[in-house]
Every structure is written in structure tokens, then in C-alpha cells.
Design a protein around this ligand. Structure first.
Ligand code: ACM
Length: 684
């Protein structure tokens, strides 16, 4: 390198690092999520008082109705009685002035960028498209701050644009049906996080959820009466469109098709098989017969009925987890394979997929499918939906394989929120990963999709599995790769999580309903103590083998009331770290508060009228009480003898055991604290 290049590189490094430092500082002040591409502060401040108004440069497009909603959200958030409850068109002295150039057709790659400037006395949002303006309005709501006397928006200049064009949430409505209001409130929450794809997993072994006129047996025999009508689908698609969200339908074939075959068994691969809507979770054998011409007529007619309801260019055909057992058992299918020179079932499935791709092309739709569809012969116009990664034996994951093979791809592997892993895990997982890619390959990474598989969730609990973690994942999809500070994310997410409930999602409030059902009373405090330190079992260890729960089992249990990233557990484990590094009286007292809470919780728990659901919690609660009392005495310096102290280890071993499909996530903190206390010689 020449001296000049070294100097320039050095200068560039200083500029980049100061920009990042600047961002870190501003992220302490603002609770924006997703974090914008560029943000600077200025000295202006706009107050939110009763003459607050929003002006828009024109009424066409999505902005006017969206802004009506934004006004309601601002008045509700602030309690300010605004005089003008509706936006004005081209108002002169408005508090917020929105200016967009064109009404966009909603499609992959639509311009969603915007600029937001707090100037003297007003906020200006400008964008190329109306969709960009919606994204800017969401940022506006997140900028609202307050002191003891007023609400305001402090001076910033933001230039923002998404990193990825595909920022989706998939909701599986087959394993458990989710009614219209569940979908709508989640679309609202998605829009607030600037997400732009709703992938609607409409069919699977456990239910077919579209009311077909051509094939009425599908909903009559394959849905338990739980399905969407065409007007309902149109309603969701238009509701999503108004929020700048595309809707991609999925009809999962040729596997995951038990519900279809319960209605039309003649389309199956195994004659005489007793096809019945599946009640368990897992991967099942019923599979459409790829050599039966009637299967293609059926799918052609079905797609002809579905496609007009979904204006999006993409149609998802599933294609995952076909183990081909029924194909292997069918002589004619085997003969067909040999005749065609197919080496395996994968070749046969490719034959099936290509036929579907041609049917969809007839209806001007492009095919998307789970990564199993990536085989020779699949046109590069198809989108590969990557769900299998390193854990499934793919060295760099199927997304990398896909983009290197020339396909556009969307990543879901590691955004499987039904695995109930911490937000930190998902947040740090980048769609493009760390494998070096060429510019073209990188451009083929369209983005990512959170997958909400519904085996273990109902309309009551589903929001608590989607939110708030999906907000952090939305940031991963929107913001630059460098935005990855966990502490900052957690701080902002805590605020955003509360705000999400303003939109109707119930990920926080649902819990009380469940706890009241468990205690059969309003006295839920002692259980709230537990839900703050227990989490549901992770990575499918709840419902191991898919046979503990059926679709109609109760999902109103203690495990359902627990969520990932249990709040007190997170705080306690951090406190143990800081006490270990710095064992002061002050740090000790903070820990004592937690132990005190668990002791008090058990006292209250014992006062509850017992019932069978509640009884299952008693053993662990008693042990938690026991171990907390010992820790508390040690931390207070109240001489604990060796034999009492040694009980800690025994009790912790008990507490490590799962409790009705949950785990106590303070155990590692307790063990660490034990080590620290031992090394400090606090034990007599
Ligand atoms: C999948 O999880 N089978 C796509």
C-alpha cells in the first residue's frame, strides 16, 4: 500500500468508527427499532400539543388512512386532546408534513426509503413512494419522548432505507387456526416494525384453511370448520396492502398434504390408506401422487381459484419434508421412476415441482418453495426458501448454496421462533452469514422470514411467541449489518415491546388471562414471580416426538404462560456476573431483592386454593424457596453452616429438572453465585 492509500484508509476508518460511535450514543437516547441507516441529532424540538396536525401532499395512495391511525396512536400514547383528528391535505403550518412523490405498486423491491427531518417547529417526512412515507410515519411514532411536563419529538435528521427487500413473518394457520383478528393485529405490529411480507401457510397435515368452491370437500372434511372464505382472504390482502405488506400464500405439497387427502383420498399415493386430518405434530407419510394426472388437474383448478385473491408475483408451494415412504410403497410410482430414469424420489419431486411451476407460470405467478425444491431443472426465477442450515447437515446452509447456484433466496433457518430461543440468538444471525459472497450472490439474498409454526400455539398465545423477538429480527432484516450491539437492542426492545401492545397484539397481557385460569382466581402474583424466571422448554423438547400434545390439547398451561427471555432471570443472571466481578454490599443487596421476591412468592403461593394444575408447580416452588432462603442468609452474612450450605447443590440439581414443560433459567446464575460465595469464603 502506498502512504497515500494508508492515510486514506486510516481516515476512512476514523470516519466509520466515529459514525458508529455516534449511532451508539444516539441509540441510548432513542428507542428506534429497526435502527435507521443514518441518523443525526439537531437542536430542534417539536412539542405534541393540542394543535398537533399531520399534513400530506396528496390524498391518493396509502398515506392518508395510515396517518389517521397514526394520529390515534399519538393521541392515545400521549393523552393529548388533539383538535384535528384527521390529516389535512397540503396544510401550511402542520406539525408533521408528509411529502411523497408517487403511489407505489406493492411488489418485491418497491422503494421504501424515506427521510425525516425535525426542523423549526415541524417534522418533515419525504419519500419517493407512499410506502416509504408509511415507514417514516412509524419512525415518527417511535421518536415521541417526554419529560415531566410535555411530550415532544427531539431534533433528528434521518435518512433511512432497508438493507433487505424481503422482511417477512410466516404464520402457520394449519396446525392451529388463527382467526382474522389475530392476523390483523399481527399485520399492524409487523408494519410498525417496517416488515413487508406476510407468508400465509394455509395448508398442512392438520388442516386445509381455504374455502374452495371448486373442491368444497377440502374445507368440509379437511378443516374442522376453521377456514377463511374468499372475502376474508381479500380483506387480509387489502389490509396488508394498506400497510405496505405483501401476502404470499402457501399450499404445501406434495407432502404435508394429509388434510387435502382426507378430503380427496384418490389423489394420494397409497390406495386404501385411511387418510384423516392429523392431530399430532411431525412429518407424516400421506403424499400426493405425482404420476396421477388428476393431481395436476386438481392443483391447476385450485391455483386458478386461489391466485386471483393474491396479487403478489410469488406463490409458495411448500415442497418440504417429503420422505417419500408412500411413493416407495407404490409399484406404479416405482415403475414410472425407472421408466423416466429418475434415480431417487428427489428426482420425482423435481418432476412434480416443474409441473407446478408451469401451472403457476400460466397464471403469471413465480414459484417459491422450501429449499428441497432446489434441484436441477428448477428455473432460476424460483425463490428458494432456506430452512435447513448447519444443524441439518448443510455446511454453509441452504441459503448460501442457493445464491451460489444462481437463485434468489430468503432465509428462515435460525429465525424459527417456535424453537423458543433467546432473542440474542436470532438477532446475531445475519441473513447473508459470514461466508464470502460475490456482489451478485449477495444481491440474491433477498432477506429473511420469521417462521411461526403453530403446533403449540393458539390465538391466545401466538403473539407471545412472535413478539417481541420478531421486532429485533425485523431490525436484523432492515438495519445495517454493523447494528448488532445486544445491550442496545435489549434496551430498545424493552420499550418497543410495551408499545407493540398499543397495536393490539397481546404478547404481554395474555399472561394474566392464563394465570387466572391456573389459579382459578385473581390472585396471580405468586405465579407472575415464576413466569419471570421459568421459560418454556426449547428446541422442540416440549412435545418431544410430537405425541405429547394433540391439536386439541390444552394450551393454557403454565408453560404457555411462560415466555423466552424471562425478565427477572435475565436481570438476576447479569447481577450474578456483576456481583462476581465486584462483590460489594450494594451488589449483594440487589441480589437479595430477587431472593426475597422468590421467598415471598412461595408464601403467597401457599395461600392459594389448590387445584390439579397448580399442584404441579408446588415442588419446584418449595425448592426455590428453600434455596433462596439459604442464599439470602449467606448474602446477609447470617452465619450459614456447612451442612445447610451444602443443601444448595442438592436443591439446584432438583431445580434443573423440567417442571411441566418449563425450565428454571436462573439455575446457571445460582451455580455461578455458589462458586463466587465459596471462593469468597462466606461459608462457616
Ligand atoms: C419446515 O420447517 N419443514 C419448512
Amino acid at each position: 500500500m502506498t502512504t497515500r492509500i494508508v492515510k486514506i484508509t486510516f481516515l476512512a476508518l476514523i470516519l466509520v468508527s466515529s459514525a458508529i460511535c455516534g449511532q451508539v450514543k444516539l441509540s441510548e437516547k432513542y428507542n428506534l427499532m429497526p435502527w435507521p441507516k443514518k441518523i443525526e441529532s439537531n437542536e430542534n424540538r417539536v412539542k405534541i400539543v393540542n394543535d398537533f396536525t399531520i399534513s400530506i401532499n396528496k390524498k391518493e395512495g396509502r398515506v392518508y388512512d395510515y396517518a389517521v391511525n397514526i394520529l390515534r396512536r399519538i393521541t392515545n400514547r400521549t393523552g393529548v386532546f388533539v383538535e384535528r383528528g384527521f390529516p389535512v391535505i397540503n396544510g401550511k403550518n402542520a406539525t408533521v408534513k408528509v411529502d411523497f412523490a408517487e403511489v407505489a405498486e406493492l411488489k418485491l423491491g418497491v422503494d421504501e426509503s424515506y427521510e425525516l427531518k425535525v426542523n423549526n417547529g415541524s417534522v418533515e417526512i419525504s419519500s419517493k413512494t407512499d410506502i416509504g412515507a408509511l415507514r417514516g410515519l412509524e419512525t415518527l411514532v417511535q421518536l415521541i419522548d417526554h419529560n415531566d411536563s410535555e411530550f415532544f419529538i427531539d431534533g433528528v435528521t434521518i435518512e433511512d432505507t432497508p438493507r433487505y427487500d424481503w422482511r417477512g413473518v410466516m404464520i402457520d394457520v394449519s396446525r392451529h387456526f388463527h382467526p382474522m383478528e389475530v392476523l390483523k393485529r399481527n399485520l399492524d405490529a409487523m408494519a410498525s416494525m417496517k416488515m413487508n411480507v406476510f407468508h400465509w401457510h394455509l395448508s398442512d397435515d392438520q388442516g386445509f384453511r381455504f374455502k374452495s368452491d371448486t373442491y368444497p370437500r377440502l374445507h368440509e372434511l379437511g378443516s374442522d370448520g376453521l377456514y377463511y372464505t374468499k372475502p376474508q382472504i381479500k380483506d387480509i390482502v387489502s389490509y396488508a396492502n394498506e400497510r405496505g405488506i405483501r401476502v404470499v400464500p402457501e399450499i404445501d405439497v406434495p407432502g404435508h398434504a394429509t388434510a387435502i387427502l382426507a378430503a380427496y383420498p384418490e389423489l394420494g399415493s397409497k390406495d386404501g390408506f385411511d387418510y384423516k386430518v392429523e392431530r399430532f405434530s411431525g412429518v407424516f407419510d400421506p403424499t400426493l401422487n405425482p404420476i396421477n394426472p388428476k393431481v395436476y388437474t386438481f392443483l391447476d383448478n385450485l391455483f386458478a381459484e386461489i391466485v386471483p385473491l393474491f396479487p403478489d408475483a410469488y406463490f409458495h408451494i411448500g415442497g418440504d419434508e417429503n420422505e417419500g415412504k408412500h411413493w416407495d410403497e407404490n409399484k406404479e410410482i416405482q415403475q414410472f421412476k425407472s421408466k423416466k430414469g429418475f434415480k431417487n424420489n428427489h428426482d420425482l419431486q423435481t418432476y412434480f415441482n416443474i409441473k407446478l411451476q408451469k401451472i403457476l407460470a400460466k397464471y403469471d405467478r413465480k414459484l417459491m418453495g422450501w429449499d428441497e425444491i432446489m434441484t436441477d431443472g428448477m428455473p432460476k426465477s424460483a425463490i428458494i426458501h432456506s430452512w435447513r442450515g448447519v444443524n441439518e447437515g448443510f455446511k454453509d446452509g441452504t441459503l448460501i448454496e442457493a445464491v451460489k447456484n444462481g437463485y434468489q433466496a430468503v432465509l428462515s433457518n435460525d429465525y424459527y421462533i417456535d424453537r423458543l430461543q433467546s432473542v440474542d440468538h436470532h438477532y446475531l444471525f445475519d441473513p447473508a452469514g459470514d461466508v464470502p459472497l460475490t456482489k451478485e450472490e449477495e444481491n440474491r439474498v433477498l432477506g429473511g422470514e420469521v417462521t411461526m409454526w403453530s403446533e403449540l400455539v393458539t390465538p391466545l398465545t401466538v403473539d407471545s411467541r412472535i413478539w417481541p423477538r420478531t421486532a429485533a429480527i425485523a431490525e436484523r432484516f432492515w438495519s445495517s449489518k454493523e447494528v448488532k450491539d445486544l445491550k442496545s437492542m435489549r434496551k430498545r426492545l424493552a420499550v418497543v415491546s410495551l408499545q407493540l401492545e398499543e397495536l393490539g397484539v397481546t404478547h404481554l397481557s395474555y399472561r394474566n388471562q392464563l394465570l387466572r385460569n391456573i389459579t382459578k382466581s385473581n390472585k396471580t402474583e405468586s405465579l407472575e414471580v415464576l413466569t419471570s424466571i421459568f421459560e418454556p422448554l426449547k428446541i422442540y423438547t416440549r412435545n418431544e416426538g410430537g405425541t405429547e400434545y394433540k391439536t386439541f390439547s390444552p394450551f393454557t398451561l403454565f408453560a404457555d404462560a411462560c415466555v423466552v427471555d424471562a425478565e427477572d432471570a435475565y436481570k438476576f443472571n447479569l447481577l450474578v456476573d456483576s456481583y462476581t466481578n465486584n462483590p460489594t454490599v450494594e451488589e449483594s443487596e440487589k441480589l437479595q431483592v430477587h431472593f426475597g421476591k422468590w421467598i415471598d412468592g412461595y408464601t403467597k403461593f401457599k395461600e392459594l386454593k389448590k387445584n390439579p394444575i397448580l399442584n404441579e408447580l408446588g415442588g419446584h416452588y418449595k425448592n426455590l424457596h428453600k434455596v433462596s432462603s439459604i442464599y439470602l442468609d449467606v448474602l446477609r452474612g447470617e452465619g450459614v453452616n456447612k451442612s445447610r450450605f451444602s443443601e444448595i447443590e442438592k436443591v439446584i440439581e432438583e431445580l434443573k429438572k423440567p417442571m411441566v414443560d418449563t425450565e428454571l433459567v436462573i439455575v446457571s446464575g445460582m451455580e455461578k453465585l455458589l462458586k463466587t460465595l465459596k471462593s469468597k469464603g462466606n461459608i462457616k
